[in-house]
Ligand binder design. Sequence first.
Ligand SMILES: Cc1ncc(C[n+]2csc(CCOP(=O)(O)OP(=O)(O)O)c2C)c(N)n1
Ligand code: SF4
Ligand SMILES: [Mg+2]
Length: 478
Amino acid sequence: MAQKLLVKKPESFWDIYERKPGEDKQSTHYCPGCGHGNVHKLIAEALDDFGVTEKAILINPVGCSVFAYYYFRCGNVQVAHGRAPAVGTALSRCNPDSLVICYQGDGDLAAIGTNELIHAANRGENMTIFFVNNAIYGMTGGQMAPTTLIGQKTMTTPYGRNSQNEGYPIKVCELLASLEAPVYLERVALTDAKHMAKARQAIRKAINNQINKKGFSLVELLSPCPTGWGVEPPDAHKWIEENMFPYFKLGVYRDVADQREPIVRAKRIMDPKEVIEKLSLDKIGLESGGITSVPIDKYANPSLKIAGFGGQGVLLLGEVLAKAAMIKGYEVSWLPSYGPEMRGGTANCSVIIQKEKIGSPMATNPKVLIAMNRPSLEKFQNDVLPGGIIIYNTSLIDIEPSRKDVEIVSIKATGIADELGNVRVANMVALGTYIGYTGLLGREEVLKALSDSISRKNLISLNEEAIIRGMECAGKRV
Ligand SMILES: Cc1ncc(C[n+]2csc(CCOP(=O)(O)OP(=O)(O)O)c2C)c(N)n1
Ligand code: SF4
Ligand SMILES: [Mg+2]
């Protein structure tokens, strides 16, 4: 047999990583020598041994381990950057018997999410945080993190981190040790076998504390990122010992779980019927949580998903549309979204335009999809409400929408923009098409919104022209 496993794979991992795209469903997506795989394994083994996989909810971060849900067989929630302790608070309070594990990198936890971390720790939430400190933003290509060491060269500190410019690396365990509530804080390292054994022990202790409802535990793991540091994988452990150990002292910073009583919080169980009534979900046909069966008027009160690749100006398209609708007196919302795991990848925004107050700014099942490239059409077309509209850019999309229950509007947005002298105004051609096709807004409001949104005034006339061309071309249905 080519492969003989000496140690059984933890059952808290999937046997085959079906959620992982591509051919390879057996290995993880991490770089050689990365510490994330080791942390995953230690967590999975602990879940197995405590027999708590079924009640575990892993909160996946934004960072290299954004795809942790490919691997763990337990509950998974993907949260916005840094928000794990806030979402974890809700999960833990709503279901006190669950095991809430926040898995966070140093950028996620100690930069964008510092606020949530400190307050969750200070409230003594019954949760466990595994903080993977690799002293860098691994996922985005190696920028400085709050834990980057003095003198460490990164993409954003090419001459080395300088305390006068960037301050000092944040010591998370020491910071949290100034709070009363946390019950367990320890810093360990993923280097040699001895340190790995300590890391294993710490992970178990933190999980055990939560099982016993003792409150907030955090384990900081000094973890290799050979790619971000520009070192060979075999040298990464030495890098930790030489660079991280002197500054980030290993050890236990708090261990008082034995002295604390289990947390008991009052439960407030909501009656689902009451929730539906309070949110008026019964009136808009969303009480089943699925796509509404109420016939829609696709032109009035639209919700739109506008999607394309980064650089196509889909966010600006949405912004101009929302502003124009606001000028006309509508309630509006505009919500941009960048894929958590992508750089220069797809971007989209939700725009809601209504006469009434807006409940949610998310166009999860939009009435209208404007797709500027093929991945966007493929990704979102099935979300459009039956009877809705799909407007798609045939210059870049070489397939037809598969939906038969919506109106399809094709527009050579990029081609027309090219004729006008700049492919970047394809977004405005698509906007014009939408306006022209639906008649929702007048030319005046749209052009006024445009001039408000574009700072480089010399570009306004070209964008105006693009909108007008789009309006003229609207109405050509396929
Ligand atoms: C709101 C938001 N801001 C910024 C980003 C870009 N971003 C993605 S991952 C990341 C840093 C991740 O670094 P870290 O938490 O240290 O994780 P690592 O990849 O090193 O494990 C950033 C800034 C984003 N996705 N979302
Ligand atoms: S960039 Fe660093 S943290 Fe990310 S997968 Fe590679 S080694 Fe791991
Ligand atoms: Mg990091």
